[in-house]
Design a protein around this ligand. Structure first.
Ligand SMILES: *Cc1c(COP(=O)(O)O)cnc(C)c1O
Length: 406
């Protein structure tokens, strides 16, 4: 029960008693949002450069998205995959038209999309190719989600702690190193799974040519190439899909975060050939592709296309990186801009700068940012931010780095 007379601090204390202790939320209760801003219970305003961790691509309370959701809610929310629904078919059509994929499977999150990809890869090798290929190669510092297979795919030991034994068959190689990848693939390997830009690992862009090199190695070794575009997809890096930066065609790719602008959804897209690994009953999701989520995703794609937001992401992202590079020359402990488009960050020397303290100070000064990997602060604002929002964010970060907001 919401008690209006409670203070924000009271509600935070209540929340901390109710939830399982696997998160460490900041002491603020958001109640509304508008464009790139969020408002807490005490009407304080925050410029949202966290973006729900690269989810809220149209910002908050976007009129087109809000209306699409409301209208779909009045028609039908859910029917299950025992039946077709119009929104799912329209979204499938749109995503396949705008990508090199031929087929799509819908689910509800990034981890589930990767789970589908990993299951499909194994089953395709066994049932279609008749080969005993069941192992995967992924990258160190990768992040693929929190289901058992997804943490097993994730090349960061801290996500494994206490959960062993993991799903068998995963090997991790340094991100960006094609020789190490080639050496890690054996005749039991079925697929390589990679983020085109590592998000959680620290906003790491691989060397030029790496994505094309992955395709070349996978082709030569007869294994599938799968991209985890859960964070990079749907325009975040300044292309609709990050693998378009090197014009590579993956066998499988997964998406989720930004796809429906904040409504839970995930999807796995694949070629016609690889889709043969699934037959009726092989895999499923009760909620996957329901009319509400699919209508929301269609609205997001409409707005992105009509407003030319991907070109804007490219431009405003370049501006953000150049301002962050300039800031790095003024403030000790910053090691320069990282990222692509609005998946951006700044390198931080953790022995000089306490990232958690900076994030707290930024919040007190009205700016939301996140951290990523061992040594980065990350900025994943909505695509609708202007140059002046970027300038405000960098100015606030500078104040926080100089000790304000403590
Ligand atoms: C966030 C993320 C996931 C996990 O998505 P969930 O929706 O939290 O399951 C998987 N892969 C990448 C690259 C991500 O950034």
């Amino acid at each position: 029960m919401i008690q209006i007379e409670e203070s924000q601090a009271d509600v935070v204390a209540r929340a901390r008693r109710l939830m399982t202790p696997n998160y460490k939320p900041q002491p603020v209760i958001f109640v509304t949002g508008e464009g790139p801003f969020l408002y807490d219970r005490d009407q304080n305003r925050y410029l949202d450069f966290a973006g729900g961790i690269a989810v809220s691509c149209l910002g908050h309370n976007h009129p087109v998205l809000a209306q699409a959701i409301a209208e779909q809610a009045k028609r039908v929310l859910h029917v299950s995959n025992l039946y077709f629904n119009q929104a799912q078919i329209d979204l499938a059509d749109r995503l396949i038209d705008r990508s090199t994929a031929d087929r799509i499977f819908f689910c509800n999150s990034g981890a589930e999309a990767n789970e589908a990809a990993l299951k499909l890869a194994r089953r395709y090798m066994r049932t279609v190719r008749g080969e005993n290929r069941w192992k995967f190669v992924t990258a160190k510092y990768s992040f693929h989600g929190r289901t058992w297979a997804a943490i097993s795919a994730t090349g960061q030991p801290n996500y494994h702690e206490g959960f062993g034994p993991l799903v068998e068959g995963f090997t991790y190689v340094p991100f960006g190193d094609l020789d190490a990848l080639e050496a890690a693939i054996d005749d039991e390997t079925c697929a390589v799974l990679m983020e085109p830009v590592q998000g959680e690992g620290g906003v790491l862009v691989p060397p030029e040519g790496y994505l094309r090199g992955l395709r070349e190695v996978c082709d030569r070794k007869g294994v599938l190439l799968m991209f985890d575009e859960v964070q990079t997809g749907v325009g975040r890096t300044g292309k609709l899909w990050a693998h378009e930066h090197e014009a590579v065609r993956p066998d499988v790719f997964t998406i989720a975060k930004g796809l429906a602008g904040g409504v839970p959804i995930g999807a796995m897209l694949c070629t016609e050939e690889v889709s043969k690994g699934f037959s009726p009953g092989a895999h499923a999701s009760t909620f996957g592709g329901n009319p509400l989520a699919c209508r929301a995703a269609l609205a997001v794609l409409d707005v992105i296309e009509k407003e030319g937001l991907i070109a804007h992401v490219e431009r405003v992202g370049a501006h953000l990186r150049s301002e962050v590079d300039a800031l790095s020359t003024r403030v000790p402990g910053l090691t320069g801009a990282r990222g692509r488009g609005l998946l951006a960050g700044v390198g931080v020397d953790p022995s000089i700068i306490d990232r958690a303290a900076i994030i707290d100070r930024c919040r007190r000064l009205g700016l939301l940012i996140t951290q990523a990997g061992p040594d980065a602060l990350r900025f994943t604002p909505p695509y609708i931010v202007s140059r002046s929002h970027v300038d405000d964010a960098v100015a606030t970060l500078e104040r926080a780095l100089k000790g304000e907001g403590a």
